[in-house]
Design a protein around this ligand. Structure first.
Ligand code: EPU
Length: 339
């Protein structure tokens, strides 16, 4: 195991921000974990961060601790029962390549989650979702290492406490558990989910299969969302806010076109729509801005710093708050040192 100092993370975050880690190492094999943990124990004052594909991070500042880049690789078909096929993948596998591999194996279930940037291990952290499907719909269990003790534990679906872009690992015990493998259960008789706006039109009467749906999702995403290899971004920058039925009714009266979906605990509205209405779509301030085809995606046009993107995000938050009285919550993890 090699610990590097002042290591650039520019190529390891999809915003393409020029931040660095005070200390950095790559974890290719689970066997290497013990020496990393030992090093961390000898440096108890340093914070530790596990980094996957860096697709949900905003580095406003450099990270003053140890970044462990999780690169564990492995995919395996585990077997099947009457209803499901079980597959396992290691945390460092690229998410989209894993999805396409399951399709190549004749499996279905993950096709709507095609082309989401990031890794398998990061996917449960925020219960990734798109086009009517969330990771939890195909999740069976995961294995994680307790960073405090080195113990490996299994977490069931219930124990992961998945919510909208949320999990136990994100909100309850952030930083304690390193996810090492994830097991999915994929239905042998899949129910295709093609009702999301735009998906059915894209499928255009074709005979449905996981591959056909995956291809359609890829083409929708490519038409709406920027490719991080070309324009730095972290996907949706804000969660879609859930507001009270009273606030919803008041807004609907003033803004009849506002989109809304009933949820437990309120009405979910569209952050993209709110931001668009405030005139932010395609706007930029220096190299920080919103994507011209989707107001919810903040982008780095080249040389923006994390602080530039964060300042831009504050402007968006303030104007949505001012016009609609709705508070937007950032979706990516914001790395910012205390002032
Ligand atoms: N809209 C606008 N202007 C815009 C963009 C969107 O008015 O510039 C409105 C439209 O009314 C549109 C609605 O917002 O119908 C919803 O837009 P879209 O279908 O693109 O979905 P979203 O709610 O903006 C969510 C996820 C995406 C996911 C898509 C598709 C969140 C925060 N985002 O976006 O996830 O790909 O649905 O399922 O839940 C991500 O998390 O990084 C991500 C990209």
């Amino acid at each position: 195991m090699q610990i590097r100092e002042n290591y650039s993370l520019k190529g390891l975050n999809t915003f393409g921000l020029d931040a660095s880690a005070r200390y950095f190492c790559s974890l290719h094999k689970l066997g290497g974990l013990r020496s990393v943990m030992q090093w961390a124990q000898e440096h108890p004052d340093l914070a530790v961060m596990f980094l996957g594909g860096g697709s949900n991070m905003l580095f406003v500042d450099n990270f003053p601790g140890l970044v462990v880049h999780v690169r564990l690789q492995d995919r395996e078909m585990l077997g099947q029962d009457n209803d499901y096929v079980y597959v396992r993948a290691a945390a460092g596998e690229n998410w989209h390549e894993f999805v396409r591999w399951t399709i190549d194996q004749g499996c279905a279930g993950l096709e709507n989650l095609s082309l989401i940037p990031g890794t398998v291990g990061a996917a449960p952290m925020q219960n990734i979702g798109a086009y009517g499907v969330e990771l939890k719909d195909c999740f069976y269990e995961l294995q994680a290492v307790d960073w405090r003790t080195g113990e490996i534990r299994e977490f069931s679906l219930e124990e992961c406490r998945f919510g909208y872009r949320d999990s136990y690992f994100k909100s309850v015990e952030a930083g304690r558990w390193l996810i090492v493998t994830v097991v999915f259960r994929l239905p042998r008789n899949p129910q295709w989910k093609t009702d999301y706006a735009g998906v059915r039109e894209q499928l255009d009467g074709k005979e449905l299969s996981a591959r056909i749906i995956s291809d359609a999702i890829i083409s929708i995403r490519q038409s709406k969302l920027p490719n991080p290899a070309q324009i730095g971004n972290a996907g949706s920058f804000f969660k879609n806010p859930v507001i009270s039925p009273q606030q919803w009714a008041a807004l609907k009266e003033r803004f009849p076109a506002i989109p809304g979906w009933q949820q437990d605990g309120g009405v979910k509205t569209s952050a993209g729509w709110l931001i668009d209405q405030c005139g932010w779509k395609g706007k930029r301030d220096g190299d920080a801005g919103t994507y011209d085809k989707h107001a919810l995606v903040l982008v780095n046009h080249g040389e923006a710093t994390g602080a530039d993107v964060w300042r831009f995000a504050q402007g968006v938050i303030a104007s949505v708050q001012g016009r609609f009285g709705v508070e937007l919550e950032p979706e990516p993890r914001v790395i910012q040192n205390a002032a």
